[in-house]
Design a protein around this ligand. Structure first.
Ligand SMILES: [Zn+2]
Ligand SMILES: [Zn+2]
Ligand SMILES: [Zn+2]
Length: 304
């Protein structure tokens, strides 16, 4: 179905999944494949008249067994909802679904890294508007988690624990706090409104979290998303990336955190990855993380 090629010059894998060209592209809501199958209506991906959360194999997978996994996670049967607008209990259930998928996919010999993510908005290439996320089970350790492990080695311990302590110490970039969770715009954020949601306790993955931590995580993600939407009073596009410990043998450590990469710099202006970012790998930002954090903190408070 797909083919991995190693790009020697960059030292990275590229996945060729050419069947994905055929995937459903921005259907009208009557033809949404993630809506429930209504009595008398056309059959969708979900053959039930109503559901809470649905998980199934992606029909247009980037990775397939025995070379990894690609799954779709539909958050709700309500076409017009979002992560932030779900009832709190549903958002909490989603954390348990993610946890279950991390454990089940992570136990597979062909999955070295379980990556749960959400692309939101056409600005980041969304092809279906129905609220959903995805899970890739990579048959190798991808570069971004590998960089985070290298940061652990460089800092002589857990990088997330160390950076969280620094952010709490500085205080100027913190946008959200609860007993279990801290949200902040990182010191060296790449995106204007980048935010990281970090467990206070060192938890390698969702599987290591206590039930109250999963509840708190759902609440933090919802508060942040509502704040994002309040920022420019429009649905706020982003990529949400959940970073956890790899599922390789022998085991490697990690520290559960969720990173948001929003492409908007202002209500209308997008940040494009251009010459410096693509050709040299250096982000040029025209906003300061402390200033974005102040604006975002205020928006989160407003949206509460
Ligand atoms: Zn739908
Ligand atoms: Zn840690
Ligand atoms: Zn990370």
């Amino acid at each position: 179905m797909s083919e991995l090629r190693f790009n020697e010059l960059r030292g990275e894998q590229v996945d060729y999944a050419i069947h994905r060209q055929e995937r459903t592209f921005l259907p009208t809501r009557e033809h949404c494949p993630l809506c429930p199958t209504r009595p008398g209506g056309a059959e969708t991906e979900i053959p039930f008249p109503a559901f809470e959360i649905a998980v199934f194999d992606n029909r247009f997978p980037a990775f397939t067994s025995p070379g990894g996994a690609s799954e779709v996670v539909v958050y709700t049967d309500d076409h017009d909802a979002s992560l932030g607008s779900l009832p709190a209990e549903r958002a909490e259930s989603l954390m348990w679904v993610w946890r279950h998928r991390y454990l089940e996919l992570g136990a597979r010999a062909d999955v070295d890294y379980v990556f749960i993510f959400e692309n939101r908005g056409v600005e980041v290439g969304v092809t279906l508007h129905h609220p959903h996320g995805q899970i890739y089970g990579y048959p190798f350790l991808p570069p971004v988690p590998a960089l985070e492990l290298a940061a652990d080695a460089r800092l002589g311990g857990c990088a997330s624990c160390e950076l969280l302590a620094r952010e709490l110490d500085a205080g100027t970039r913190v946008v959200y706090e609860s007993e279990q969770i801290v949200g902040y715009v990182p010191y060296a954020a790449r995106w204007a409104y980048e935010a990281h949601v970090v467990m206070r306790a060192h938890r390698p993955s969702l599987a290591a979290c206590e039930p109250d931590e999963l509840r708190a995580l759902a609440a933090a993600l919802q508060a942040l998303q509502r704040g994002y939407d309040a920022l420019f009073e429009r649905p706020f596009p982003y990529v949400m990336a959940i970073h956890q410990a790899p599922t390789v043998t022998p085991a490697l450590d990690g520290h559960l955190h969720i990173e948001f990469y929003p492409p908007l710099r202002t209500a209308e202006k997008l940040k494009y990855l251009a010459g410096s970012e693509q050709g040299a790998g250096t982000f040029i930002s025209d906003t300061l993380p402390e200033e974005s954090a102040a604006t975002l903190r205020e928006a989160i408070a407003r949206a509460r």
